[in-house]
Ligand binder design. Structure first.
Ligand code: TYM
Length: 334
């Protein structure tokens, strides 16, 4: 079986972008692929965080994975910080990664602007840790949303350089993965600005739909979300980014084709479309929310899943780490 690996940072509630850009695709992929899915809690401290909620937020993401349909019989679910090989391989990769590769990272530049004086070495080094996360499990594919593509490309550059420097020509030390970006939902946009992506770090809660938002809040957010003064709704008009985003959400959540939605909504005004979208969203999220709340109430079950996941993941991670250390010329620990 081919393997996939992906993860999400436990910083606040997950939103519709995380679901449609990532988790939803994993649910489909786990049927065919050996799947490794984790909570990136080491990444979560690259910007200021609250120690009081880190552990709880990590459980919340695990419960969200399961509630969305990740099946622990088919997928291995684990916590990044529980497996110290992630940090260790990141250090080894730090020493093969040229500084200027990291200076090019778009997400770093965006986040650094927001952090001002408080930019840490960790925020800068974040993509190298992500490379370690991925390469420890030697996956074939890394299913992520569009915004993570550059990080997966960097991971490929790092492993190619590592293999070139420390492997033999016909024997790469570590397998080179490919990004996998599903077309629909790869970039869910903000509800208050159709040209910006939906993001956990947007200060306005009205800009995103969290997966656990109650129905009334979803209705309110959709009612108030940005639209435009044009009557009749259409896909692919670059002057109407909000229209594109909301129609796409409706298409995915209602399970219809683009053609069917284009036809259904061609003559609609916003006053008719928004309640339809809100209703569709509430219906799609309701079963996820029910499962989520039940899972959060059963800590023992969640813990057992994460314990099992850790055992399985760590066995593989340690093998890859050992290979990397041998290639670098380290002696065996005595
Ligand atoms: P994170 O936590 O920001 O996002 C998790 C996943 O959700 C996707 N995503 C979106 N997709 C569509 N539209 C949006 N508006 C949207 N917002 C987020 C992201 O593309 C991602 O797939 N660095 C990663 C976490 C990570 C990781 C890894 C991922 C750490 N190590 C190894 C893959 C492999 C991150 O911060 O994702």
């Amino acid at each position: 079986k081919n393997r996939i690996l992906s993860g999400i940072q436990p910083t606040g509630n997950l939103h519709l972008g995380n679901y449609l850009g990532a988790i939803r695709n994993w649910v489909a992929l786990q049927e065919e692929y050996d799947s490794f899915l984790f909570m990136a809690d080491l990444h979560a401290i690259t910007v200021p965080h609250d120690p009081k909620s880190l552990a709880e937020d990590t459980y919340k993401v695990a419960a969200t994975y399961l509630a969305c349909g990740i099946d622990p019989q088919k997928s291995t679910i684990f916590v990044q910080s529980h497996i110290s090989a992630h940090s260790e391989l990141a250090w080894l990769f730090n020493c093969v990664t040229p500084l200027n590769w990291l200076e090019r990272m778009i997400q770093f530049k965006e986040k650094a602007v927001k952090q001002g004086e408080n930019v840490t070495v960790g925020l800068f080094d974040y993509p190298v840790l992500q490379a370690a996360d991925i390469l420890l499990y030697e996956p074939d594919l890394v299913p992520v949303g569009e915004d993570q593509k550059q990080h997966v490309e960097l991971t490929r550059d790092i492993v190619n350089r590592f293999n070139f420097q420390y492997g033999s020509e016909d024997q790469p030390v570590i397998k080179v993965p490919e990004p996998m970006i599903q077309a629909a939902g790869a970039r869910v946009m903000s509800l208050t600005d159709g040209t910006k992506k939906m993001s956990k770090s947007d200060p306005s809660e009205m800009s995103r739909i969290d997966l656990i938002d109650p129905p009334e809040l979803i209705q309110k957010k959709i009612k108030r979300c940005k639209s435009d003064p044009v009557r009749g709704l259409e896909f692919d008009n670059p002057d109407r980014p909000e229209c594109q985003n909301l129609l796409t959400l409706y298409m995915i959540l209602s399970g219809q084709t683009k053609e069917a939605v284009a036809q259904e909504c061609a003559e609609m005004g916003w006053g008719q479309f928004k309640p339809l979208l809100a209703e569709t969203m509430v219906a799609a999220l309701q079963p996820i929310q029910e499962k989520y709340h039940a899972l959060m109430a059963d800590r023992t079950y969640l813990e057992s899943i994460l314990r099992e996941g850790r055992e399985k993941a760590e066995a593989i991670a340690l093998q890859t780490l050992a290979k990397a250390k041998v290639a670098l010329g380290y002696s065996q620990p005595l």
